[in-house]
Design a protein around this ligand. Sequence first.
Ligand SMILES: [Zn+2]
Length: 141
Amino acid sequence: MNTNTIRIQSKRLMRLPFAPAADEDKAGLLQEYGRVFRDHCRSDAHVEFVVDHLMSTSQRCPAPAEIVQAAGFVQDRAAGDGLPAACDVCSKEGGYWVSCEERIDGRSGAYWVARRCTCARGRALAEADRRAEMDRRRERY
Ligand SMILES: [Zn+2]
């Protein structure tokens, strides 16, 4: 696997919210990213597609465990992402999230929130979110 690919794709993940600063052991996290890419991705293209997926779905700089998990279900670009195809509803919004209008009790007005779709693809993504959240909790405690 190309060292340059790992460096470039790891740097992309550092653009997500809550990425560590240089004095917060950013170098250490980049090193862990390199390790999980080498251990869990099959090719440079696979690394790139895993990061594309994380850039589209992660709301913060991912833990190495989230990369491992994404590498498990995100396939090489040529093979698609390994999930069921997007339905008519979620394909219009890129196949990962759908925007929903939601009212929050006790507040006036409605808010637009991103949700997983109700189709087979959306349910597979929601299940992946649930597993990633469980991994995050395990890391925290
Ligand atoms: Zn859908």
